[in-house]
Write a protein that binds this ligand. Structure first.
Ligand SMILES: *[C@@H]1O[C@H](CO)[C@@H](O)[C@H](O)[C@H]1NC(C)=O
Ligand SMILES: *[C@@H]1O[C@H](CO)[C@@H](O)[C@H](O)[C@H]1NC(C)=O
Ligand SMILES: *[C@@H]1O[C@H](CO)[C@@H](O)[C@H](O)[C@H]1NC(C)=O
Ligand SMILES: *[C@@H]1O[C@H](CO)[C@@H](O)[C@H](O)[C@H]1NC(C)=O
Ligand SMILES: *[C@@H]1O[C@H](CO)[C@@H](O)[C@H](O)[C@H]1NC(C)=O
Ligand SMILES: *[C@@H]1O[C@H](CO)[C@@H](O)[C@H](O)[C@H]1NC(C)=O
Ligand SMILES: *[C@@H]1O[C@H](CO)[C@@H](O)[C@H](O)[C@H]1NC(C)=O
Ligand SMILES: *[C@@H]1O[C@H](CO)[C@@H](O)[C@H](O)[C@H]1NC(C)=O
Ligand SMILES: *[C@@H]1O[C@H](CO)[C@@H](O)[C@H](O)[C@H]1NC(C)=O
Ligand SMILES: *[C@@H]1O[C@H](CO)[C@@H](O)[C@H](O)[C@H]1NC(C)=O
Ligand SMILES: *[C@@H]1O[C@H](CO)[C@@H](O)[C@H](O)[C@H]1NC(C)=O
Ligand SMILES: *[C@@H]1O[C@H](CO)[C@@H](O)[C@H](O)[C@H]1NC(C)=O
Length: 672
């Protein structure tokens, strides 16, 4: 059984190896109508065998003989040289003999007049232009530059082909074809072509060979809108501004087949032609000088381009003064320098056309330009392919004093001692040089004061004036060449004001308002009990001590007048004090106490210490007072002129007077 299978396999492989499959019948042609062109024959190999050889046989059917046998060089292809063929205008039979091992087989014969076998290369679409529903296709010419028959087919995506043929003429440079297409629709197109054979034996169109189809191309619709471009400028640094440009892609039906963006940059002022950049990215970064730059962009697809979008990056704001010097490392002008200069008529506006040159420096033009007119210049350099502005400055070839003084000089805020003068700055055209400062003269009462004001100021406060005096203010601009004419204005200071100045009034009003507020608030607080009650001190009588240094200020002195009648015998004085008098004194002491208490409650302030220390009677007070002791007789300080004794003790002022007139004798006691 196994042996049988093996035999079968071997026999199958043997028969396979022995098979000879013929090729397709060969197609022979030349690639132009030129008579001296060689031919090429092509066929399809259908035999999978590797080690096969092919021989091309060309049989002259008129002479009945072989013209030639060609061993093929390349697989499935053989060249027929014209010399080997003799006259190609006779009918010939051509076939391919295939040899596989010991076996040979022949392809079917093809019977042709070789002369008529012309197959052009496939057409190339050089350019397409689509607009207003028309597609204009530009095609390459065949190698013989002859007219040809073309077939073109086109379709909307995923729909049926439509086709048509057209013929082009000899002796044109390019072939065009116009196709009418629907607006805003994507199409696909393909073309092929055929030679037009005019020689006698080839009249039969059967012999004409179509070229291969050209590659299928997508036809986008035309780009209608100019790109929307965004420009971000980074802060200028070291004479260079980094520019980041970005833009939107066209609509999808316009972008089919790819979009390229073409930027044109005019970023080096000494170049008169724009630099062209092509990119498929939607961004572009570049660096430019401080001078003006112009950039334009178009979006290009296979059938055309969008309208152009221009952007303009203005120069940096003009400086009023030159604050940088010519760098010393640029001794001479060359292709990497660019001097740009122009007249600044009004000090601000850059003119439409500016001068620029890459072989001069400022010193070469400094004295060439108009005198007394402000000019502006830039010096740019190219360094490592980066553009950089080294200097930008205004300049004058020669300076003069200003033509006019400042305009609109007027005075405001006049008081009795000051006033403010305002003016409009002198326009650059009238300056004729760099304004260094304004000079102000103030004359009045026969003397003149003089001030210099920085050129960027347009007002000045005049101080230290006298009230009610008429003054004249003259103001002029000064350049390095001197002062310009004066602009003059007169004014009179106010006479000295009697009332309060407004500052004083304000302060006064503020004070009054503050006071009112305080009062209202405190009253309201008490009424509404907004503030917590100050607790009345819990007085421990035992703790009361009146310190030595009594603060008399806190005493409310009250004068009670009473008379003590004494016996002539001073020795009995003590016993004569009546209980009523003692009570009186006792009452008095309480009166003092109560009043202090009242005051404490009213003020709500913490003068408790003073009250405590000074005003509460010493516990021993009552006893002392009640007994009206020795103090009545004491002290050297009391005057005895009128037989009066005065005593101050324990917060009470006693005056003791002996009235002689009264027989019984009376002491008047005035406690305070
Ligand atoms: C076809 O044309 C090309 C260029 O025109 C040429 O190089 C080539 O030899 C031609 N082929 C044949 C078979 O004549
Ligand atoms: C091929 O031919 C040689 C002699 O010419 C012969 O020996 C051989 O067997 C042949 N092979 C086949 C597969 O016929
Ligand atoms: C193939 O063609 C050659 C040349 O004409 C001839 O000698 C040969 O017999 C042919 N072979 C077959 C199988 O027809
Ligand atoms: C296509 O658009 C153009 C204008 O862009 C217009 O003139 C033309 O009539 C349009 N054609 C069709 C078929 O809509
Ligand atoms: C097609 O385009 C070519 C140039 O590319 C132009 O000469 C020709 O006039 C155009 N044809 C039409 C119909 O616009
Ligand atoms: C269009 O193509 C068809 C099929 O390939 C063909 O029969 C017909 O002749 C072609 N028409 C033109 C005008 O070329
Ligand atoms: C500018 O110049 C300074 C000093 O020459 C340098 O430190 C700095 O990096 C430069 N900046 C740029 C953006 O080149
Ligand atoms: C632009 O596209 C190229 C490739 O096409 C890429 O290498 C390059 O980094 C891109 N540049 C920017 C700035 O995106
Ligand atoms: C400057 O440029 C001009 C023209 O572009 C060129 O002829 C000249 O040789 C260049 N000079 C230098 C120093 O590179
Ligand atoms: C005026 O110029 C001085 C320096 O000359 C400058 O410090 C000042 O900021 C400037 N004032 C204005 C308002 O430009
Ligand atoms: C401007 O006025 C001042 C003060 O009156 C005077 O000294 C000065 O000469 C005047 N300048 C001119 C140009 O008239
Ligand atoms: C004595 O008292 C009388 C009347 O009160 C008075 O006028 C007189 O100046 C007093 N004498 C002295 C020395 O105070």
């Amino acid at each position: 059984m196994r042996v049988a299978v093996l035999v079968l396999v071997v026999s199958v492989s043997l028969t396979e190896a022995a098979r000879c499959v013929p090729t397709s019948s060969p197609q022979c042609y030349k690639n132009s109508t030129k008579p001296d062109e060689d031919f090429i024959c092509e066929w399809d190999e259908r035999n999978p065998e590797k080690s096969q050889t092919h021989i091309l046989h060309i049989w002259d059917t008129v002479k009945n003989s072989f013209r030639t046998h060609v061993k093929c060089s390349k697989p499935a292809q053989a060249y027929l040289h014209l010399e080997e063929l003799g006259t190609p205008s006779r009918k010939t039979d051509i076939w391919v003999q295939t040899q596989v091992g010991n076996l040979t087989c022949n392809s079917s014969k093809t019977s042709v007049i070789l002369e008529c076998m012309v197959k052009y290369s496939k057409p190339q679409i050089i350019r397409m232009k689509r607009s207003a529903g028309i597609l204009n296709i530009t095609l390459d010419k065949p190698t013989d530059n002859k007219g040809a028959i073309y077939e073109i087919r086109w379709r909307k995506r995923d729909s049926e082909w439509q086709n048509t043929t057209f013929e082009t003429k000899d002796s044109t440079i390019k072939d065009f074809h116009i196709l009418h297409l629907q607006n805003r629709t994507i199409y696909q197109i393909q073309l092929r072509r055929q030679a037009i054979l005019r020689s006698h034996p080839c009249k039969d169109s059967l012999h004409a060979l179509w070229s291969d189809w050209s590659q299928m191309v997508d036809v986008p619709s035309e780009i209608r809108r100019r790109p929307v471009i965004r420009c971000v400028e980074k802060n200028p640094e070291n004479g260079t501004r980094d520019i980041h440009l970005s833009w939107d892609a066209p609509l999808p039906e316009e972008s089919v087949g790819g979009v390229k963006y073409i930027l044109k940059l005019l970023d080096w002022p000494c170049h008169k032609t724009k630099k062209k950049k092509q990119t498929t990215n939607q961004t572009y970064n570049t660096s430019i000088t401080y001078s003006e730059a112009r950039i334009s962009i178009i979006a290009r697809n296979k059938v055309g381009h969008s309208p152009e979008r221009h952007i303009f990056i203005p120069a940096l704001k003009h400086l009023n003064y030159c604050n940088s010097d010519m760098p010393s490392n640029i001794p001479k002008a060359d292709n990497n320098t660019c001097l740009e200069w122009y007249k600044l008529e009004d000090g601000e506006t850059r003119p439409k056309t500016v001068n620029s040159s890459n072989n001069i420096l400022l010193k070469d033009i400094k004295n060439e330009v108009d005198h007394f007119v402000r000019h502006y210049y830039f010096l740019h350099i190219k360094r490592n392919k980066q553009y950089q502005t080294v200097v930008m400055c205004p300049f004058y070839s020669k300076q003069k004093a200003p033509i006019n003084g400042p305009a609109n000089v007027n005075i405001s805020d006049i008081t009795h001692e000051s006033a403010v003068v305002h003016w409009l700055s002198i326009p650059v055209v009238e300056q004729q040089g760099f304004l260094q400062h304004y000079v102000i003269w103030i004359s009045g009462q026969g003397n003149t004061k003089f001030h210099q004001v920085p050129a960027n100021k347009t007002s000045f406060l005049i101080k230290d004036l006298h009230p009610g005096v008429s003054y004249t203010v003259s103001i002029s601009g000064r350049t390095e060449a001197g002062n310009g004419p004066n602009s003059t204005v007169n004014f009179e200071t106010h006479s000295k004001e009697m009332g309060l100045s407004w500052q004083d009034q304000t302060i006064l009003i503020v004070c009054v308002v503050a006071l009112l507020c305080t009062i209202i608030c405190s009253v309201a607080a008490r009424r509404l009990k907004l503030l917590p009650d100050v607790p009345s001190p819990v007085v421990d009588v035992a703790e009361f001590r009146c310190p030595e240094e009594q603060d008399q200020r806190w005493m409310i002195e009250e004068v009670h007048e009473f008379i003590l009648l004494l016996h002539q015998d001073p020795g009995k004085r003590r016993e004569n004090v009546t209980p009523e008098q003692s009570t009186l004194l006792q009452d008095f002491g309480l009166v003092v106490f109560e009043e202090e208490d009242e005051e404490d409650g009213e003020g709500g302030v913490s003068d408790l210490s003073s009250i405590k220390s000074c005003c509460y009677p010493n516990p021993s007070y009552r006893g002392q007072m009640l007994q009206l002791p020795e103090p009545f007789h004491m002290t050297d300080s009391t005057s005895r002129d009128n037989d009066t004794e005065s005593t101050y003790r324990d917060g009470l002022f006693f005056e003791t007077r002996v009235l002689e007139s009264l027989p019984s004798g009376t002491d008047q006691l005035n406690p305070a």
